[in-house]
Design a binder for this molecule. Structure first.
Ligand code: NAD
Length: 443
């Protein structure tokens, strides 16, 4: 089948590459010429495990192409995927300008029936706005070409995106048109083989399902972070509590790890957008508000612990950071906890020596060259001349460091583990002070 994808970011590239991999002919469109040039010269603008190879092989097979030519994109695919960003507006609601711009482009150039498949995360009611934008643009040129708008939210996780797309837990298709549902079922058939995971529902329920999923996951994290702070206050160990409650199958072990807050391009903005949707309809979403408020506070926790440890005397100190991306296996730093910590350290007059396996370029892009930021070539050289170490991202390679080497390099032998990934007893045995989140204090 012929597929066009508008937006060649994390979602668009993974969707395009995976749809091409199963035999479709895919044209990916983006308004960023630098991104398209890079893709056309064999590069990949983001880090996502397995994506380079998938793009390369499908480009070579002629099933995957990249262009800035939006008109060619509209002419190419029966399916017109919308996978552009929906960043937060000033009041936290989702900014739909990119989604609606794509809808207008499609309305302007479509010459036959098209299915607009909305993969971007958008507030309930957006499909109606997309349809209205297409109709208005068609009307402006005196056309009345048939089309459908489908809500097909994406649930992939950065870092495991290919696997998630290839073997999804569910495929949500929001449409009131049974014929369109069948066309989507055919497109997704290769990803829906062992048992039926494709759920057809009305458009509004599909749109809300995406927000509900992210809000639930964010709630689990904020709940555990709240509990970890209570554990610290009462002298309990959140790790023991986690194992204790996770054994109840109604709770489960997944996604109940405390830490220094959630970041990324989805949870923070989606919780805020859902909160904003509710408020705009006169409903006060107290739980959603608390989820975000707890997370905001949690992202400041590591700085507070570091500042307390050094009795407020951070000026002129150097803190080593392991991990900059908002989670492992991605270079995405949108709303990453590392940014909150770095910015607080800089404001307090401290310098940062950081190492991340893949996010150094993104860090440079965001912060540019600055005297109080050094990006080290590896984890151990990030410790050179540092007063203390803070761990922000649970990359596998940070989990079992040589504690004697760490001790030898740090001016003050202390580790602040924002992801609870180290064994504090081993750190102690090497003479290091170990500070983590919600666990019983070790020396
Ligand atoms: P992204 O910022 O990585 O990519 C968006 C791309 O769209 C950019 O390359 C941008 O240049 C391009 N774009 C903007 N306007 C355009 C236009 N008119 N025509 C063509 N391209 C245009 O964003 P992303 O992380 O891929 O997220 C896209 C959407 O998917 C968002 O709504 C997000 O909430 C949702 N989502 C993201 C994830 C994730 O893990 N990143 C997961 C599920 C859902």
């Amino acid at each position: 089948m012929d597929v066009t994808i508008f937006g060649s970011g994390y979602v668009g590239l993974v969707t395009g590459a995976c749809l091409a991999e199963v035999g479709n002919t895919v044209l990916c469109i983006d308004i960023d010429p630098a991104k398209i040039d890079l893709l056309n010269s064999g590069g990949v603008p983001i880090y996502e495990p397995g994506l380079d190879e998938l793009i390369k092989s499908n480009r070579e097979a002629g099933r995957l192409r990249f262009s800035t030519d939006a008109e060619a994109g509209v002419r190419h695919g029966l399916f017109q995927f919308i996978a552009v960003g929906t960043p937060p507006d000033e009041d936290g609601s989702a900014d739909l300008q990119y989604v609606l711009a794509v809808a207008r482009t499609i309305g302007e150039h479509m010459d036959g029936y098209r299915i607009l498949v909305d993969k971007s995360t958008v507030p309930v009611g957006t499909a109606d706005k997309v349809a209205a934008a297409v109709r208005e643009t068609q009307a402006a040129r005196g056309a009345t070409v048939e089309f459908d708008v489908v809500s097909n939210p994406e649930f992939l996780k950065e870092g495991a995106a290919i696997e998630d797309f290839m073997r999804p837990d569910r495929i949500i298709v929001g449409t009131d048109n049974p014929r369109t549902a069948e066309l989507l079922r055919a497109l997704y058939a290769p990803f829906n083989r062992s048992h039926d995971r494709l759920m057809v529902m009305d458009i509004r329920s599909a749109e809300l399902t995406k927000y509900a999923a992210n809000a639930m996951l964010a709630t689990k994290i904020s709940f555990m972070n709240e509990l970890s702070n209570i554990a610290e206050a009462v002298g309990a160990d959140i790790d023991k509590v986690r194992v204790g409650i996770g054994s109840d199958p109604r709770i489960g072990y997944q996604f109940i790890y405390p830490g220094c807050g959630y970041g990324g391009s989805c949870f923070p903005k989606d919780v805020r957008a859902l909160e904003q949707t509710a408020r705009s309809l006169g409903y006060d979403p107290q739980l959603l508000h608390a989820v975000e408020a707890v997370n905001f506070r949690q992202k400041e926790l590591l700085f507070k612990k570091i500042n307390d440890y050094f009795a407020g005397d951070l000026k002129g100190r150097t803190i080593a950071l392991w991990g900059l991306s908002f989670k492992p296996n991605t270079d995405d730093m949108r709303e990453a906890s590392s940014r909150v910590l770095m910015e607080s350290l800089w404001a307090a007059g401290a310098s940062v020596r950081a190492f991340d396996p893949v996010a150094a370029d993104e860090t440079r892009r965001i912060y540019g060259e600055r005297a109080d930021l050094t990006l080290a070539a590896d984890a151990m050289s990030a410790l050179d001349g540092a007063d203390a170490l803070a761990i922000l991202t649970e990359w596998a390679q940070f989990r079992s460091p040589n504690f004697a080497t760490v001790h030898g390099k740090l001016k003050t032998p202390v580790i602040f583990d924002g992801r609870n990934i180290l064994d504090g007893r081993l750190a102690n045995a090497a003479g290091l002070t170990y500070v983590s989140i919600g666990r019983l204090p070790l020396r």
